[in-house]
Write a protein that binds this ligand. Structure first.
Ligand SMILES: C[S@@+](CC[C@H](N)C(=O)[O-])C[C@H]1O[C@@H](n2cnc3c(N)ncnc32)[C@H](O)[C@@H]1O
Ligand SMILES: [Zn+2]
Length: 371
């Protein structure tokens, strides 16, 4: 089956997994088109931010669609995969688009540790957790590491032990579970990078269609690694009401009772990344780079506009949950946000859901504002 994305036409396996030839056993997920459209736009925006960045490693290439699209956009692309059929298909797909680029049958970790090669941008897009590749990526990438994680159940606390094992953090399954997953991932990535004296700055992050995607700008200075570690901390979450608070630092000191309802069931989550998960200017630049004919253009632009406007608060609320707790009917989002702002709170939508919002106020402030 042929698929055209971003001006590149590649052969991919049938969705059903049927078909014959090399393509049949190779992974391809059509629903990740948004992820790939945003990737190509982010790479273009990143080149403006860091003009020296030229080389791009698609470390888990599968059909090669992502690496081919990067190559079509002027990147010096290397496509790697452990699977021989994937490598053959990726090679054919570059050739049929007359694109330059190297395709190698290599384990991503061994390739990243290869001292003969340096990659400015490294893209990690594995099955499930990216953690087995994080050390090699941060120890060796020069400028930017892009990461997809599809193991959202461990990340957000739904599979608690697995999350603790993989991410060395305590995740909690709260109503802001998607953001919990993102911040558990960012925490683990920041701590991994810090081991190599590398500081990370998340410049774009999103949770879409059951995966987490983040773009981390690197600084190879120990002081910047210290600053990244300083963005870590804990969220204390009341299980009885929707109150939560956060505290920076690597030592947790949870309140014994909830400051809002007085209840004793305060759960601690962390260490989480509490700092910004995006850079507003970069997100705006990525938005500019989404072409009109991108398959996901409308959705990608809406996603990026929403992220651009998001406050840098580490958790979000769901308006419907707030009203449910008050036993009152929910109202329209625009009207709701206007009420919070009229009360002097900062308040924005979030990309985590149509009825979600971020605010600099506490739950009590929100309740007062809508009373
Ligand atoms: C989710 S797919 C990649 C999808 C692709 N990036 C895309 O956008 O369509 C994961 C790929 O990683 C490959 N893989 C698994 N372990 C690997 C390793 N250690 N090194 C390199 N590739 C690996 C698999 O063979 C598979 O093709
Ligand atoms: Zn409470």
């Amino acid at each position: 089956m042929d698929v055209t994305e971003g001006g590149v036409t590649v052969e991919v396996p049938e969705e059903s997994g049927g078909g014959e030839g090399a393509a049949s056993g190779v992974f391809f997920n059509p629903t990740q088109e948004l992820n790939r459209d945003v990737t190509v736009a982010a790479l273009a925006a990143y080149r403006e931010r860091e003009p020296r960045a030229e080389s791009y490693l698609d470390a888990m290439a599968a059909s090669g669609i992502r690496g081919a699209r990067a190559a079509a956009n002027g990147w010096d692309a290397t496509l790697a995969d452990l699977d021989a059929d994937a490598v053959e298909l990726a090679r054919e797909n570059l050739a049929r688009n007359t694109l330059d680029g190297e395709v190698v049958e290599r384990d991503a970790n061994s390739l990243l540790h290869d001292h003969d090669r340096v990659f400015d941008v490294v893209d990690i897009d594995p099955f499930g957790s990216p953690i087995p590749f994080a050390d090699a990526a941060f120890a060796n990438a020069r400028n930017l590491v892009c990461v997809t994680a599809t193991d959202t159940a461990p990340l957000c606390g739904a599979h608690f032990e697995s999350g603790v094992r993989k991410y060395s953090a305590v995740p909690r399954n709260t109503e802001y579970h998607a953001e919990m997953g993102l911040r558990v991932l960012l925490s683990a990535l920041a701590r991994t990078a810090a081991r190599y004296d590398v500081g990370v700055t998340p410049i774009l992050s999103h949770v879409s269609d059951h995966y987490v995607r983040t773009y981390l700008d690197l600084s190879h200075r120990a002081t910047d690694a210290n600053e990244a570690v300083e963005e870590l901390g804990y969220v204390y979450h009341c299980q009885q009401c929707l109150h939560r608070e956060h505290e920076y630092g690597l030592l947790a000191d949870a309140p014994e009772t909830c400051a809002h309802c007085g209840g004793p069931q305060v759960l601690t989550a962390g260490p989480l990344w509490l700092g910004p998960a995006h850079d507003r200017e970069f997100v705006a630049a990525v938005h500019e780079q989404i072409p009109d004919d991108a398959g996901s253009a409308k959705r990608a632009r809406k996603l990026l506009r929403t992220i651009e406007g998001e406050l840098h608060e580490p958790t979000h609320f769901d308006q419907h949950r707030v009203y449910k707790q008050l036993s009152e009917p929910a109202i329209g989002m625009d009207e709701f946000l206007a009420q919070l702002r009229d009360a002097g709170l900062a308040a924005t939508r979030t990309h985590f859901g149509g009825t979600t919002f971020k605010t600099d106020g506490t739950l009590a402030d929100v309740e007062d504002a809508i009373a």
